[in-house]
Design a protein around this ligand. Structure first.
Ligand SMILES: [Zn+2]
Length: 199
């Protein structure tokens, strides 16, 4: 009953986070209302995603043609302040409130046991190497900006221990953020407060 192209669209899009089959079908039908030119723009926007690669320093995305992401390549940022975040959307949330002039490290998803996974160890090791090799052996500040929940608290504790001698100060977001809350969805004011009350 469902036309093949719509069915295929729903199948692909309903795999994406926050988009279930219902939203995917609404999207599919709304796209039928667009003209070719507009569809082409959407197609190119989706296709453009595959030209991204991970920045070797912070693991945010960079364009294939560039060595580093725009944040790491920006000379007016302080490389000796690094904020560790769980994912890209947390990084964007912190960037939006415009209070940090730091670099970042994207850690990747925190697992339910709070223990550090192999890929996360690799990313943290990369930061440690850069601190020793390029950043004079010590950061001015390492901000552990993980979501306030029991698992991430354990992860934060492990990271603090590991970086004890590699950063002058190690801070975490203040308790402006409710426990169990998520950085990505926090309103600006809450996030600013959490950042200003970091300790
Ligand atoms: Zn980067």
């Amino acid at each position: 009953m469902i036309p093949e192209p719509i069915r295929k669209f729903i199948e692909s899009f309903s795999r994406l986070p926050s988009i279930g089959p219902r939203l995917a079908s609404r999207l599919a039908f709304s796209l039928t209302l667009l003209d070719k030119q507009e569809l082409e723009k959407i197609k190119q926007a989706i296709w453009g995603i595959q030209s991204l690669e991970r920045c070797p320093n912070c693991f945010f995305f960079r364009q294939k043609s560039k060595k580093l992401c725009d944040i790491c390549a920006n000379p007016s940022r302080n490389p000796k302040i690094v904020a560790i975040v769980e994912n890209e959307t947390d990084l964007l949330a912190l960037e939006q409130i415009n209070r940090l002039n730091s670099h970042y490290l994207i850690l990747g998803e925190i697992t339910k046991d709070g223990l550090i996974q192999a890929e996360q160890k690799f990313r943290l090791q990369g930061l440690k190497n850069r601190i020793k090799k390029d950043l004079g052996g010590q950061l001015e500040e390492l901000i552990i900006a993980l979501n306030p929940n029991t698992f991430a608290d354990l992860t934060s504790e492990i990271i603090s221990q590991e970086f004890k001698t590699l950063a002058k100060t190690i801070t975490r977001l203040g308790r402006g953020m409710p426990t169990g809350g998520e950085i990505e969805f926090a309103d600006k004011e809450t996030l600013i407060q959490a950042l200003e009350r970091r300790h």
